[in-house]
Design a protein around this ligand. Structure first.
Ligand code: GSH
Length: 338
């Protein structure tokens, strides 16, 4: 029986990531499928489409890793997780990778013993209110009822923000975004607070998005990224460099449209190393030469993935902002492929 199954059956109280097995890379290859933890549904980031196919910005990370390791972006079992269940799912071995708008924090790394392999979306926490509430700043929310997802950084930031502004609130704790949306629209809370990207994604699904405003305050840093278990470095490297490959591909102008052509060889050595026509980077990762080529070809480079799922032309409508390349004044910066 798989070690992960045994661990999954144990009580998770006190279970830390270190207790779960290393060697995830071998497990994934043997299984022929990547078990990827995602949200229970957040349009644009991770949600099943009308055909039940998982789509989204975070889903694309899972698919890129599956393409790199297994040669098939569809060789993914998407495991829906809530703010509360996601860490147990990863620590127990139920999932190999968590790609679910999860904020990289000190305690999730050091205490829960996970390894964030990078950041795929730099975010911050915001507030949404019905226009009718007549509020234009979060500082005017004294005494408000606030819908908030449990097990999140959101909960903690909210408490800090209200305390430091000397105002009070009444939390309405909620487990999933779908439930939060329902409760908020039903008026069970005055305010919904979560990552600003999540607010935009949620508002995009409203019948009348224009009836709701996102307040100007961003009260935290929420670097969102994929994570694996501590002590599983070979696997962490695969996830880290797959994400970096998507980011570097944008920087070097490698797209889903020109990748076949560029993979024949170019006069840019970095592109050649990335796409496997020069050097042995794939072999160093325990993969073949075309791992990154497949990862990029699956759903395009970072810019293509962003534009298709959450960009300004989509209902979610997010600008690149901090998530622009470093060459465009943003924070995206893939280390060298050499
Ligand atoms: N980034 C925060 C919040 C993440 C979070 O759970 N966000 C909610 C609201 S956008 C979500 O993704 N919900 C989807 C779901 O309920 O499955 C964290 O890591 O704690």
């Amino acid at each position: 029986m798989k070690k992960s199954v045994i661990l999954g059956a144990l009580t998770v109280a006190g279970l830390t990531a270190g207790a779960a097995v290393a060697g995830t890379m071998d497990d994934v290859k043997a299984r022929g499928k990547l078990n990827c933890g995602v949200t229970t549904g957040l349009v644009g980031f991770a949600a099943p489409d009308a055909n039940g196919e998982w789509k989204g910005f975070d889903v694309s990370v899972c698919r890129a890793v599956a393409a790199a390791v297994l040669g098939d972006q569809n060789a993914v079992e998407f495991v829906p997780t809530t703010g509360k269940t996601r860490f147990t799912a990863l620590a127990s071995g139920e999932i190999d990778l968590l790609a679910r708008n999860t904020t990289w924090t000190f305690s999730r790394d050091v205490d829960l013993k996970f390894e964030f392999v990078g950041v795929n979306y730099y975010d911050g926490q915001g507030f949404m209110v019905p226009k009718g509430l007549g509020v234009s700043s979060a500082k005017e929310l004294d005494g408000a009822t606030v819908c908030i997802q449990t097990g999140t950084t959101t909960e903690l930031n909210l408490a800090d923000f209200f305390r430091s502004n000397n105002i009070s609130y009444e939390p309405v704790p909620i487990e999933t975004n779908a439930e939060a949306q329902q409760q908020y629209l039903a008026g069970a809370c005055d305010v919904y607070t979560t990552d600003a990207s999540g607010l935009a994604a949620t508002r995009a699904t409203f019948e009348n998005p224009g009836d709701h405003v996102i307040l100007p305050e961003i009260i935290s840093k929420e670097p969102l990224g994929p994570l694996v278990r501590h002590g599983d470095n070979e696997w962490g490297d695969v996830a880290r460099w797959t994400l970096n490959a998507l980011i570097a591909a944008e920087e070097y102008g490698i797209t889903s449209a020109n990748i076949e052509e560029l993979a024949k060889g170019t006069n840019n050595p970095e592109i050649n190393r990335l796409l496997g026509t020069e050097g042995t980077l794939g072999e160093m990762l325990g993969l073949d030469a075309e791992w990154a080529k497949r990862a990029i070809a699956a759903n395009g480079n970072y810019a293509e993935i962003f534009a298709k799922n959450i960009g300004e032309e989509t209902p979610v409508g997010l600008a690149r902002g901090l998530n622009a390349q470093w060459t465009n004044g943003g924070l995206l910066y893939a280390p060298p492929f050499r």
